[in-house]
Design a protein around this ligand. Structure first.
Ligand code: DMJ
Length: 473
């Protein structure tokens, strides 16, 4: 298919339903969405998006069903969490996307597989952060989509087996890995994203089960980190879970590995109506904007600084994962700044066929030349479109989609690329499981106007799971 040939630029340009209302949204924390319906002409694009999702999904189901991830070029599979162990990760990640796209028989088969085969007691050391956002979040979202009690039971079983990482820590900052069978914990150097990306999944699980242990463990970890902020209200990158000491002194927000820590202060605050998390988000975001933002050639980027002094450190680098921050800033009440940051990333997209994994933000050159099929740019397109109704975000998201289709589509689905700066982009051989959770879900929600999503109240996790706002239909 040729996305650029079928889109009519005019149809999008004339859909700026909320553009005139932009100033009303600016500056409002937890601003209500303005875009709540599909744009004119959206149905045709939504059909393309759904077809491309299905192309990737069929690639996975044909070559790697029941395994974590597909290698779409070789037709092999990849174990994401531990060698020789499978969690059917792509199945779990896809659940609410299948629901939103109306792929109901695929959804039913996926739930059947989970109930029959997904084993939460495997003898495997599991990365806690990944298991929370992908497995617990995926199962909770799948439960919301289907009402199948078996999914909630599995989510709880996983969460129970992840809890020792939190409860055995003297500081409350979770160890990075836990053995699902034995409960043995490992990994004392903990990045902020690993310490604080659980409030949404654990909070929702506590609400659904009436068991406060999950949310309590999550909030204890946040408190432990917040207690260690500098006098400038900045945070370093990693802490020692046992001593609580900073392992480094560098504030790298919004880059990984701290990115979703900030995302969950806002997201946890919004989902759980937790004032403390929202206040922390505001308290920490002000200093990030004041001390880390830089303008280069009129574009907004974020530099790393020493969290104790605010002095810049390190080279001018920005990870593609940081592109999510544009949307987060918008949702958090910094709409103009978020819009500016989004335009910076759009300028990077002008320079490359698809975004490289790491940029030198002074000249937009690729530093890490790979592309991991990441969803952060369209995640921000979706967030900012919902907030503003501005057709610019539809256009740029669709351009991003077209670039992915042109450059990363293979017969067996979609693949990461090894070098975006060379002709042909050196295809890799992996469809990351998050591709089924995030990339095309954002596009689908923007263009389909599906009645299965509550555009006013819906809330998505860092992994694109709809934890609030799935509607029957
Ligand atoms: C996803 O697993 C999540 O969005 C996570 O928070 C960081 N980004 C990856 C995909 O790039």
């Amino acid at each position: 298919m040729g996305p650029n040939s079928t889109i009519t630029r005019r149809s999008l340009l004339t859909t700026a339903a909320g553009a005139a209302l932009l100033p009303a949204a600016a500056g409002r924390a937890n601003a209500a969405p303005l875009a709540t319906a599909a744009p004119p002409g959206g149905a045709r694009i939504a059909a393309q998006v759904r077809a491309e999702f299905l192309h990737g999904w069929r690639g996975y189901t044909a070559a790697a069903w029941g395994y974590d991830e597909v290698r779409p070029v070789s037709g092999r599979h990849h174990d994401f969490f531990a060698p020789g162990r499978t969690f059917g990760l792509s199945i779990v990640e896809a659940l609410d996307t299948l629901y939103l796209m109306g792929l109901d028989s695929d959804l039913a088969e996926s739930c059947d597989w989970i109930e029959a085969h997904l084993d939460p007691v495997q003898d495997a050391d599991i990365e806690v952060f990944e298991a929370v956002i992908r497995l617990v979040g995926g199962l909770v979202a799948g439960y919301h989509a289907t009402g199948r009690a078996g999914l909630l039971t599995r989510a709880r079983e996983f969460a129970d087996r992840l809890l020792p990482a939190f409860t055995r820590s003297p500081t409350g900052i979770p160890y990075t890995t836990v053995n699902l069978r034995t409960g043995a914990v490992r990994g004392t150097t903990v990045a902020l994203a690993q310490a604080g990306t659980s409030a949404m999944e654990f909070g929702e699980l506590s609400r659904l089960t009436g068991d406060d242990r999950y949310l309590d463990a999550s909030l204890r970890a946040y408190r432990a980190v917040l207690d260690r902020r500098s006098s400038l209200d900045l945070l370093g990158t990693s802490l020692n879970a046992e001593t609580g000491r900073w392992v480094d002194q560098v504030a790298v927000a919004p880059n990984p590995p701290v990115d979703s820590f900030y995302e969950y202060l806002w997201g946890g605050g919004a989902l759980l109506n937790n004032r403390q998390l929202t206040d922390w988000f505001k308290m920490l975001t002000g200093p990030v904007l004041a001390r880390q933002s830089v303008r280069v050639g009129g574009r907004l980027w974020f530099r790393s600084v020493d969290h104790r002094t605010g002095h810049p450190v390190g080279p001018p680098r920005q990870s593609e994962l940081a592109a999510f921050y544009a949307g987060l800033l918008g949702k958090g009440g910094y709409l103009q700044t978020g819009a500016d940051y989004y335009r910076s990333w759009t300028a990077a997209l002008d320079r490359h066929p698809v975004l490289p994994e790491t940029l030198d933000y002074t000249d937009l050159a690729a530093v890490d030349r790979g592309n991991q099929l990441r969803p952060e740019y369209p995640n921000s397109s979706f967030d900012l479109w919902r907030l503003t109704g501005d057709a610019y975000y539809l256009q740029t998201a669709y351009r991003w989609f077209g670039a992915m289709v042109r450059n990363q589509r293979v017969a067996g689905g979609y693949t990461v690329s090894d070098d975006v700066t060379v002709r042909g982009m050196q295809p890799g051989d992996l469809t990351p499981a998050y591709w089924f959770a995030e990339n095309l879900k954002y596009l689908w929600l923007m263009f389909s106007g599906t009645p299965r999503f509550d555009y006013r109240r819906g809330l998505l996790s860092t992994e694109g799971k709809v934890l609030r706002g799935l509607l029957p239909g």
